[in-house]
Design a protein around this ligand. Sequence first.
Ligand SMILES: [Zn+2]
Length: 138
Amino acid sequence: MKAILYDAIPMMKRATAGLFCLLIALASCQSPDTDQPQAAAQQPTAKADTVQQQRRPKPEYYSFKGVEKKRVYICLDESADTFHQKHDCPVLITCQSTFRNLTLARAVEAFDRYNCEMCSADLAYIFDENAVQMETGL
Ligand SMILES: [Zn+2]
């Protein structure tokens, strides 16, 4: 009788130890479970931040005398705010939406587009108010 009781104590100890291990396992299992939805929720927003560039406001000033009939390309993407002279411009190629060929005047006036730095840097003067002020001052 004494021997049985003596044996039962370590068994109980092992059982409690086992229970402890189980609790620890449950606790360690639970924290990734609760973290997961948060991480999943954070991922798309982080992705959207990197992909979606801030669209600039409508150009306040522009003067495209002589080049208004020039044909340019625009990407009909929500975040796109540029026009392109080259149909194979690296920026235009990344367009996730459809693109359109239209006149420079329409691209600026109807679609609020700025010149693309990659293929249309030479047209930056269209939006340069100071350059034109100097011109009219002469
Ligand atoms: Zn371009």
